[in-house]
Ligand binder design. Structure first.
Ligand code: PLP
Length: 398
């Protein structure tokens, strides 16, 4: 009880702010190299594709341990181009998790195909292979497992499900560059793998960007064609593509950042471990469920997402906001609940784990440069909130 009071009185005299993400701290570390790289693009006068993009494609193919990489305008387009490379069209079904960012499903509908929403596993928040198995039928042309928050989905089991069938496997690794399952990186588990360089991702550009990596040379050639209007040679179009090229500023910035990525990933993991230890010490087990790394995985911790059951999530978030701690809800609705997908006719609670996750999750700051002191502050505020709730809800000892 003494501890509760002492925590209580510290409230208000903290002027500290803990942002959800602070990209300026990362920039401070690499600003000289970045300035040189961006300046050299300005000097070159070559702003779209070009040598910096080619170099990044080579670097990222090597990083993802695959043979080919094709840069494009965004992670969303990386998904769209991957589906286009598989000739996904009207009448086709593509299985996606409902608990993911919107782009995983909108890539499907943009081609006139139908997203089929699968539920997720409660521990990893990743697509549930058992549910996927029930959803596969003769219309299924692709599956897009999302390696959510930085952790690999059950790719091995999923690949077993499609073996011998004409179903493409496209990894959505927008949040999971460098993630591994059984020491094998994301990139080669599926036929293609979509990456995003949106600034909040583990490898973030200075604007939008994306890439598809693959071991399949036929897909790689087709992706290259598709990202440039299906044009080859110039002004001759064999297929209908789109304009989705990666620009040279992005590639130059990413070429500077990539050599730091493994160090930053290690820092993210250290922060995750520290949160886990702090939560363990705080003894909040019945009020907070902290994230787990499943066996045989390298988790790259794009997000550190806890669950707050019992309907207390929004109240906790409110308190953290008042303490100037940045948080986010990834994601407040399953895609099957979104207004734009109502026409698909899903009942709200038809995907129970997705439904529960959307009501319980809250992401805490986890970026590499976050300090120990900041993490202690975050956990202290969460503990303070939980102690207050306990006072309300737990029966007092007689
Ligand atoms: C960020 C993200 C995307 C889209 O990437 P953009 O580069 O923002 O278009 C797709 N899927 C998931 C899971 C993401 O987190």
């Amino acid at each position: 009880m003494a501890q509760i009071i002492s925590l209580g009185t510290s409230r208000g005299d903290h002027t500290q702010q803990v942002p959800l993400l602070d990209l300026k701290r990362q920039y401070a570390e690499i600003c000289d190299d970045m300035d040189v790289a961006l300046r050299s693009v300005s000097d070159s006068g070559q702003f779209v594709l070009g040598p910096e993009v080619k170099k990044l494609e080579q670097n990222l193919a090597a990083y993802c341990q695959v043979d080919h990489a094709v840069g494009c305008a965004s992670g969303s387009d990386a998904l769209l181009l991957s589906l286009m490379a598989c000739d996904i069209k009207s009448g086709d079904e593509v299985i996606v998790p409902s608990f993911t960012f919107f782009a995983t499903a909108s890539a499907v509908t943009r081609l006139g195909a139908t997203p089929i929403f699968a539920d997720v596993e409660p521990k990893s928040f990743n697509i549930d292979p058992h549910h996927v198995a029930q959803l596969i039928n003769e219309k299924t042309k692709a599956i897009i497992p999302v390696n959510l928050f930085g952790q690999m989905a059950e790719m091995k089991t999923l690949n077993d499900l499609v073996r011998g069938r004409n179903i493409a496997m496209i990894e959505d690794s927008a949040q999971a560059i460098g993630a591994e399952l059984e020491n094998r990186r994301t990139g080669s588990w599926g036929d293609m793998c979509a990456l995003s360089f949106y600034p909040t991702k583990n490898l973030g550009g200075v604007g939008d960007g994306g890439m598809v990596v693959t071991n399949n040379a036929t897909f790689a050639d087709k992706l290259r064609l598709l990202r440039g209007h299906g044009m080859e040679p110039r002004y001759y179009h064999s297929i209908i593509g789109i304009n989705s090229r990666l620009d040279s500023y992005q590639a130059a910035a990413l070429n500077v950042k990539l050599p730091h990525l493994d160090k930053w990933t290690t820092m993210r993991k250290q922060n995750a471990d520290r949160y886990n230890a702090l939560f363990c010490d705080a003894d909040l087990d019945e009020m907070v469920v902290y994230p787990e790394t499943l066996p045989n995985r390298r988790h790259v911790w794009n997000q550190y997402v806890i669950r707050v059951p019992n309907g207390l999530r929004d109240a906790m978030r409110q308190e953290l906001t008042e303490s100037k701690i940045g948080t986010e809800i990834y994601y407040p609705l399953g895609l099957h609940e979104q207004e734009c997908f109502r026409y698909l006719g899903y009942a709200l609670e038809s995907l129970p784990e997705t439904f529960r996750a959307t009501r319980e999750v809250i992401a805490l700051p986890i970026y590499p440069e976050l300090t120990e002191q900041e993490q202690i502050f975050v956990v202290e505020k969460i503990k303070q909130f939980c102690e207050k709730q306990r006072q309300f809800t737990l029966p007092k000892a007689a």
